[in-house]
Write a protein that binds this ligand. Structure first.
Ligand code: SF4
Length: 281
């Protein structure tokens, strides 16, 4: 989730986002999940990131890199997600969570409350305009209520549009951030929902240095950033590469060259986070 309303709450620094599963039932219209799932299934039949593979990958990542449970699909559709969060926290990583809560149970939430969470953003269901509101039932309402009562200092509730009527009354108005979809995910979102930007020409920078906020996929591969739903830039695989190798790989060197103006495909040219490299503010 890339929203200007949240940027001040999100620390800088290197991040590895985790995609725990391929395929998502939440069905946000502004998420190009289907494109990710199509591309990913062509190269791997691993649906869920296994706990064992997560631990193997994480062992190659320095503790200074925050682990962000966000990625290209709803995290808690993988039943091992809470244990992954606990493991990353025990290994000394800063933890960031972005979730719709789908798949999470009350017990998961109790376990999460015992951890120090640097960022905890709950993407609240809307009124059905953009999300599959059939997933909003009594259990979901109870979980949201449990979260409101939990008083987790870092928590933010965010809704894109209007909150679902069954939960609108339990989230305090001052705790709810209202936003709207703003990113075309490098042109992957349906253009009727978010119009893609004009392709950027010339040398550029990523305003948040998101080339260092990469995404781990269920099969261990790592893509450039949270815009790269279509796997356009795969830096390596943490089941066999060290974390540092990702940034010395031919693919990453090519990205750097192209950010500096070299010819060739670069996702950043379609991305709202790209700015001219000579920007002075
Ligand atoms: S500018 Fe490039 S690195 Fe930055 S978010 Fe966009 S696609 Fe990713």
């Amino acid at each position: 989730m890339i929203l200007p309303e949240l940027r001040s709450a999100i620390p800088a620094g290197r991040v590895l986002e985790i995609t725990t599963t391929t395929g998502c039932i939440v069905g946000c219209s502004y998420c190009p999940q289907d494109k990710f799932a199509d591309r990913q299934r062509k190269v791997s039949d691993t649906k869920h990131l296994s706990l064992g593979d997560f631990k193997r990958c994480l062992a190659r990542v320095p503790a200074s890199v925050d682990i962000s449970f966000a990625g290209y699909s709803e995290l808690w559709l993988n039943p091992d997600c809470t244990e992954m969060v606990e493991h990353a926290s025990a290994k000394g990583h800063g933890i960031r969570i972005f979730t719709t809560l789908v798949g999470m149970k009350g017990q998961d939430l109790q376990r999460l409350q015992a951890l120090r969470l640097g960022v905890f953003v709950v993407h609240v269901f809307d009124d059905g305009a953009h999300m599959n509101s059939r997933l909003v039932g009594a259990k979901y309402r109870d979980l949201v209520g449990q979260l409101v009562d939990a008083d987790i200092p870092s928590i933010r509730f965010v809704v894109l549009g209007e909150p679902h009527p069954d939960i609108a009354d339990i989230i305090p108005a001052q705790a709810l951030v209202r936003a709207r979809p703003v990113s075309s995910r490098g042109g992957s979102v349906d253009p009727k929902i978010v119009e893609p930007r004009q392709p950027f020409v010339g040398a550029l920078i990523c305003v948040d240095e998101r080339q260092y906020r990469n995404v781990l996929l269920p099969n261990g591969e790592v893509t450039l950033c949270s815009m790269d739903f279509e796997r356009r830039h795969v830096l390596g695989n943490l089941l066999c590469d060290e974390y540092g190798d990702l940034f010395e790989s031919p693919v990453f060197c090519e990205i750097v060259d192209r950010m500096n103006g070299a010819a060739g495909f670069l996702l950043c040219r379609m991305c709202e986070f790209a700015d001219p490299s000579d920007r002075t503010d």
